[in-house]
Design a protein around this ligand. Sequence first.
Ligand code: PEP
Length: 255
Amino acid sequence: MRKKVVAGNWKMNLDIEQGKKLVNEILAGMPQLGDEHKVIICPPFIHLQQTAQLTVAANRVYTGAQNCYTEASGAYTGEVSAAMVKSTGALFVILGHSERREYFNETNEMLAKKVNTALENNLQIIFCCGEPLEIRDACTQNQYVEQQIIDGLFHLDAEQLSHVTIAYEPIWAIGTGRTATTEQAQDMHAHIRSVIAGRYGKEVADSTSILYGGSCKPSNAPELFACPDVDGGLIGGASLNAADFHGIINAMVEQ
Ligand code: PEP
């Protein structure tokens, strides 16, 4: 059956010492994880090697990057390739976060290329999708998110898709304190699963983990994670505090 996942996206926060302290606090209080659970810590690039070394001995806790570039190497000042990410010991990469799409103009076409280079380098992918408020207000969120998934992922075969976890993150809920209702989350997750089933079949859709992201906290994680198609969370702000992150991980474990 599909995995339950809690992934922490630190965004552009913490220096090396602060990062080390937080990873050690997270590991020290980690609840008992089962075979069906994964915890992924996604710090900025500069932390990856240290975080991968700290998490390597921890059971079912992994390190991921927040991005990688489309190309393998070359004159792309400031960019980091998938191979470079892999060489740090990180096993995951987040692709298509709405902040990358919005502030760095990442298009679905670029993301399809990033997906390919990540898979070529044996990275597992957390692929983000989600609609802005005006799309939600116009009630066209299902079509909008479906197109992101078609453009970013549907060139993959079923084996390649098995290395992808999807994160649904309504943009209006990210960092705003405004969480999607359980009904909104469940409806979209079920829609995403049906879109995957339409292309890859029910078995593949049923084994694809779909995470919710957007102002998820220890207080709302239990009801969100109880939704049948919500398989965990991608956590921003609350992943920067070990106690809050533990609270959310507990909500996954207690499902
Ligand atoms: C995110 O950035 O992926 C996110 C979900 O942020 P937050 O939890 O802070 O809303």
